[in-house]
Design a protein around this ligand. Structure first.
Ligand SMILES: [Mg+2]
Length: 340
């Protein structure tokens, strides 16, 4: 961990940011922009609900974070050490009475299958689903210190595969964790899209056998490289749309018009990034823009909050917001663990 990330407390900033974005966007998830404006007033003044409930996005991020902490407490992060606690945390989430925050269908289906210990995770993950459910929860992989690039990428893709086995869900999860990492380490927002594009090109035909096993054989692809390249190509396509959107920024219009509504993995990443990159030095405005969007507002704002918080650190968020976010104490504890 570099001095910069420790000083600004990037992990705490990102974890609080993703939960705040989630809570701000949760009430507007299924509304279009005119209805949100009618309900909440001008978007630049959107207030965090008094009782700041998070949705499945934060609940599942915490599940990934706890599993990662458990696995890393036991030794070097390897697939066999990560998969059991991940499966346990996902199933606990699935069974929890608190799992009533508009959970995604793919996660419910896969968790029901993961409950059977005898079933390989590769047979539980939905190979046809590239919903944003896997990358909305991946930020902890970009925040935990001491991981190699191979561990971060492999683990980001593995945690996706347990529920979302589509190559685009895997690639977008890897790319989301990488973006969080870059920002925590102090990458400049202006160069971010270029760095992400290079990363996608470098990894385009790299299938992580050690982490994914034979997952790819459940698809129709002729080779593992062909399988994973489909995912990276979707990501490269949306990064191009993002770059185009940033050439003529339009902060007052619905960000989903430029990079998509975010129900699918690569669009959630791009629209979350767009909201952050429109306001790199105004984290709260970035969250409000993301929450005031036509698409999957809580997931878009959750990702925008992770990026903004990783970049600016824990001071990004107003104390009166951070103090009342649901799960505050666990988020802060995890953040402190990874910021030191
Ligand atoms: Mg949600």
């Amino acid at each position: 961990m570099t001095t910069t990330t420790v000083r600004k407390r990037a992990a705490t900033g990102a974890l609080l940011g993703l939960a705040l974005g989630d809570a701000l966007g949760f009430p507007t998830e299924f509304d279009d922009v005119p209805s949100i404006l009618a309900k909440c007033g001008p978007w630049r003044e959107m207030e965090l609900p008094r009782r700041a409930f998070v949705s499945d996005d934060t609940q599942m991020t915490l599940a990934v974070a706890r599993a990662l902490r458990t696995a890393m407490d036991r030794g070097l992060l390897v697939p066999d050490r990560l998969e059991p606690p991940l499966r346990e945390e996902f199933v606990d989430w699935y069974r929890s009475p608190e799992n009533n925050r508009a959970p995604g269908r793919t996660c419910l289906t896969a968790c029901d299958l993961l409950e059977d210990d005898g079933r390989l995770w590769q047979d539980a993950g939905q190979i046809g689903s590239k919903g944003c459910g896997a990358n909305m929860r991946v930020a902890p992989l970009g925040l935990a210190p001491g991981l190699s690039d191979e561990q971060r990428a492999g683990a980001a893709q593995l945690q996706s595969g347990l529920t979302h086995g589509h190559p685009t869900a895997l690639a977008a999860s890897d790319l989301t964790a990488h973006a969080v990492r870059l920002l925590a380490e102090g990458a400049e927002p202006t160069g971010l899209v270029g760095l992400l594009r290079s990363y996608a090109l470098d990894n385009r035909t790299r299938y992580h056998h050690r982490w994914l096993g034979d997952l790819w054989t459940r698809s129709q692809d002729p080779t593992p490289e062909h399988f994973i390249a489909r995912g990276w190509d979707d990501c490269l396509g949306v990064l191009e749309r993002l770059q185009e959107a940033l050439r003529s920024p339009s902060p007052e219009t619905d960000p989903c018009l430029a990079t998509g509504e975010g129900w699918i993995a690569e669009e959630a990443l791009a629209t979350g990034l767009l909201c952050f990159l429109l306001f790199p030095d105004e984290p709260v405005t970035a969250l409000r823009r993301a929450a005031c969007s036509a698409g999957d507002s809580d997931s878009i704002a959750c990702l925008a909050g992770a990026f903004a918080g990783a970049y600016a650190g824990s001071d990004a968020w107003p104390t009166e917001w951070a103090d009342r976010i649901e799960h505050r104490s666990e988020l802060v504890t995890l953040g402190a663990l990874w910021d030191h």
